[in-house]
Ligand binder design. Structure first.
Ligand code: ZN
Length: 211
């Protein structure tokens, strides 16, 4: 029956092949493969083989240590990144909170100022109204006095509406004010001015007892 064993170096494969002859060595992707007959198999306890095993073990340990180191590095990096994210989030929250408080304060101050302005304006208007009201009362009192004096002097009277007629000049509505061709506009006799009677409304006092 045939078996094979893999070696990483050619010299190790060769020494195994010598002990287990007949055998043949073949290069493979994983190193050197020694095919040998089981009938001739012997335990290789040569120094070379022991050395090889030791080296394999050492490199395995190295690899494991390296791997562990890498895992530890990655863990540390991850933890650092997590810490940074946490810190950033906390900073952002703090900044937002501060901005919110500042805005609230600003709004409060602004509405206080606006309220105070409105209150002042209201006070000013109230004073103004009071002043006008006093003036109005005084005018009414004066008016009563004047009415009484007029009645005593001239008898009964009333205030009435009237409309006064009077003539006014306008741009002629026919020729537009230029007097027509060769001054021949009939409406304004070529003057460009048209006279019209207008009513001006007004109010006046009428003494009823006067002849
Ligand atoms: Zn005219």
């Amino acid at each position: 029956m045939h078996k094979f064993r893999l070696f990483s170096s050619y010299s190790e494969a060769q020494s195994f092949a010598q002990v287990n002859a007949p055998s043949r060595i073949q290069r493979s992707s994983e190193g050197f493969c020694v095919y040998y007959d089981t009938a001739s198999e012997q335990e290789t306890t040569s120094n070379d083989t022991l050395e090889l095993l030791k080296r394999n073990l050492a490199s395995e340990t190295d690899l494991r240590l390296k791997y562990e180191q890498e895992v530890n590095n990655l863990r540390a990096e991850l933890s650092e990144v997590r810490g940074k994210i946490k810190e950033k989030a906390s900073e952002t929250r703090k900044a937002l909170r501060e901005e919110y408080i500042a805005r609230q304060k600003e709004l409060k101050e602004r509405s206080h100022a606006e309220l105070s302005r409105l209150r002042d304006e209201k006070e000013r208007l109230a004073k103004e109204r009071e002043k006008f009201s006093e003036m109005h009362e005084k005018v009414q009192e004066d008016f009563k006095l004047i009415k009484r004096a007029l009645k005593e002097r001239f008898g009964r009277f009333k205030v009435t509406d009237y409309a006064e007629e009077h003539e006014d000049s306008f741009f002629c509505s026919q020729c537009g004010g230029d007097g027509g061709a060769a001054g021949g506009c009939k409406r304004c006799d070529g003057t460009g001015w048209e006279k019209r009677v207008v009513l001006t409304p007004g109010r006046r006092v009428v003494f009823e007892d006067l002849p």
